[in-house]
Design a protein around this ligand. Structure first.
Ligand SMILES: [Zn+2]
Length: 122
C-alpha cells in the first residue's frame, strides 16, 4: 500500500494515479551510486600499493608511486576513505623506509654482513 503525497488517500501499490485527487504518484527514484570513475580506480590502486609498500617497507619507489596515486585522485567520489588511507599508509611506509635507508647507509657493511653471514652477528 502507498499513500498519495497530496491528499493522503491510500492506494494500491500498482496504482499510477491517486484515486481521489488524480495526481500521479511520483516514481521514487532510487539514488544511484555514481559509477567508479577514473579517480576512484586511482584511489583503489594507490591504497593497494600503499598496503604493499607497508608490508615491504624498503620498496621506496612503490611507496612514492602509491603516494602520488593517492594524492592525484582528488575527484574520487566513492573511494575517498581509500584515498585517505592510501595517503596515510604511503606516508607511514615512506617514513619507515627512510628510517631504514638512513640506518642502512650509516653502516652498510654491517647490514651486508648480517645478510651474508648472519651466524657471525651476536
Ligand atoms: Zn491524492
Amino acid at each position: 500500500m502507498k499513500f498519495c503525497s497530496f491528499c493522503g488517500r491510500q492506494a494500491a501499490d500498482y496504482a499510477n494515479f491517486c484515486p481521489r485527487c488524480g495526481r500521479p504518484f511520483t516514481l521514487r527514484t532510487v539514488p544511484q551510486k555514481p559509477a567508479l570513475g577514473h579517480h576512484d580506480r586511482m584511489a583503489i590502486a594507490g591504497f593497494v600499493l600503499s598496503l604493499m609498500g607497508l608490508l615491504s617497507f624498503i620498496t621506496t619507489p612503490l611507496q612514492i608511486v602509491s603516494l602520488i596515486l593517492s594524492l592525484a585522485c582528488g575527484d574520487a567520489k566513492r573511494c575517498k576513505v581509500l584515498r585517505v588511507l592510501g595517503i596515510v599508509f604511503s606516508c607511514v611506509a615512506l617514513f619507515l623506509s627512510c628510517c631504514f635507508w638512513i640506518v642502512f647507509f650509516s653502516d652498510p657493511q654491517y647490514f651486508l654482513d648480517q645478510i651474508l653471514y648472519p651466524e657471525y652477528i651476536y
